[in-house]
Design a protein around this ligand. Structure first.
Ligand code: E4P
Length: 217
């Protein structure tokens, strides 16, 4: 499963990119606003750090303007994936951009019916928001299971990008279901490294090593 970073913070991206564990980045208008940076500049910088897909979201609601925005975002770098919302206009733009060879990530997906339409519109990625579904007492991972089955039934090439990830268990569940990608906030990636038994084991080994009086170097 590919891991994308869900942030527009350049320092966070640089810090984790060095590990080689990050396959792409997703941003959204809220993350861009939080960064306090110029949208186009920040996307260009992220694309220079990360080779994989970098999602940049169009913000217009009408198709003609959204298409122009998408074309402008796509011109920033080859690895930009234009994000469009799962609306009728969004899917029209998805079709036009993907027909022209632009990578498209259809975002704000909350149902299997929506995911089916996105695949038919040529989406490269579909982003179901599991955390926001969990927030309203709906089974977010259940939606991933449904989309996985539907896409497999028809061999849709659209990649399932699990979004709105709220904890390590979401990442594990996404991997168990065979999702293609999970987009994960940096603090959750950091939490994925952690296990109390790892810390305890290191503590004991370090203490015993000191007692041995030896050194490797
Ligand atoms: C995905 O592309 C979105 O940026 C993100 O996962 C939304 O997450 P949130 O529900 O925590 O805002």
């Amino acid at each position: 499963m590919k891991l994308f970073l869900d942030t527009a913070n350049i320092d966070e991206i640089k810090a984790l990119a060095a590990s080689g564990l990050i396959d792409g980045v997703t941003t959204n208008p809220s993350l861009i606003a939080k960064s306090g940076r110029d949208f186009l500049e920040v996307i260009a910088e992220i694309c220079a750090i990360i080779d994989g897909p970098v999602s940049a979201e169009a913000t217009a609601s009408d198709a003609p303007t959204m298409l122009k925005e998408g074309e402008k975002l796509a011109s920033i770098a080859k690895n930009v994936a234009v994000k469009v919302p799962l609306t009728e206009a969004g899917l029209l733009v998805c079709k036009q951009l993907s027909d022209n060879g632009v990578m498209v990530n259809v975002t704000l997906c909350f149902s299997a019916a929506q995911a089916l339409l996105a695949a038919k519109a040529g989406a490269g990625f579909i982003s179901p928001f599991v955390g926001r579904l969990d927030d309203i007492a709906t089974d977010g991972m259940g939606l991933i299971e449904e989309i996985t089955a539907i896409y497999a039934n028809y061999d849709f090439p659209t990649e399932i990008l699990v979004a709105s990830v709220r904890g390590v268990q979401h990442v594990v569940d996404a991997a168990l279901l065979g999702a293609d990608v999970a987009t994960v906030p940096p603090q959750i990636i950091t939490a994925m490294f952690k296990h109390p038994l790892t810390d305890k084991g290191i503590e004991a080994f370090t203490a015993d090593w000191k007692k041995s009086g030896q050194s490797i170097l």
